[in-house]
Design a protein around this ligand. Sequence first.
Ligand SMILES: NC(=O)c1ccc[n+]([C@@H]2O[C@H](COP(=O)([O-])OP(=O)(O)OC[C@H]3O[C@@H](n4cnc5c(N)ncnc54)[C@H](O)[C@@H]3O)[C@@H](O)[C@H]2O)c1
Length: 255
Amino acid sequence: MSGLLAGRSALVTGGGSGIGRATCLAMAREGARVTVSDLPGAGAEETVALVRAAGGEAHAVHADVTQPDQVAAMVQAALAAYGPLHCAFNNAGIAAMHVGAGGQRMGDISLQSWERMLAVNLTGVFLCMAQEIAAMERSGGGAIVNIASVAGLVGLPGSNAYVVAKHGVVGLTRAAAIDHAAAGIRVNAVCPGYIDTPMITEAMARRGEQILGTVPLRRLGQAEEIAQAVVFLCSDRAAFMTGAAMPVDGGYTTV
Ligand SMILES: NC(=O)c1ccc[n+]([C@@H]2O[C@H](COP(=O)([O-])OP(=O)(O)OC[C@H]3O[C@@H](n4cnc5c(N)ncnc54)[C@H](O)[C@@H]3O)[C@@H](O)[C@H]2O)c1
């Protein structure tokens, strides 16, 4: 098979929905064999079916990225299915509303909400990276892309724990890029603006016009547009990129 990722093995967390699903499909179109990971019942099998229907190769794994043993088993499953791991997209994540903290200011957020947000959106990325790096070091290198957000580059109102977690992902990306460059492992982050996925359905219903008013291109991004950036960062076209935090945001962070 030809393509930017021909012959590569790829792992995507949160691959059952939104940006993760679009990226599994895009990676498979570019020739990668894809391990699609998500929580049980969160759509991984449906993504695999879509990849196969389009002529690609994929299999499903269930893992909660906050659980070290499940993350280790997930990477082992990817290795068992497709051999050495070349690309990983650490994409699983939640929004403030998922921890009951939508719109809350720093003084109002509960410790439980704060800890859950950091556990999924920051520690989850750390746990996945640790296993992926160990596997990639054994096979001579690879490319990791972490999902951050525009909230990893600037502040957003009423999203403090989310902003902290995503800034943490950018920091983790930069630190790991330095530590593992000599092992041939590139680590980059993609920083999406507002993307049309289930994660922002509720916010768009509540204040869609206000959100679009903050985006110079005056539209939501599509999951496919993030997927293309991730494929690029995983591919040899980005061979000289590591430690980058790449905005794909319709101009949001330029204002
Ligand atoms: N949609 C946006 O506007 C936007 C903007 C910037 C960044 N992001 C980030 O993109 C990523 C993907 O979000 P999306 O918009 O596709 O939303 P989504 O809700 O469609 O997908 C998120 C996926 O992560 C999975 N997930 C959640 N908790 C998990 C856990 N503990 N273990 C494993 N999987 C888990 C969910 O099951 C789901 O499949 C998130 O990290 C999000 O923060 C989204």
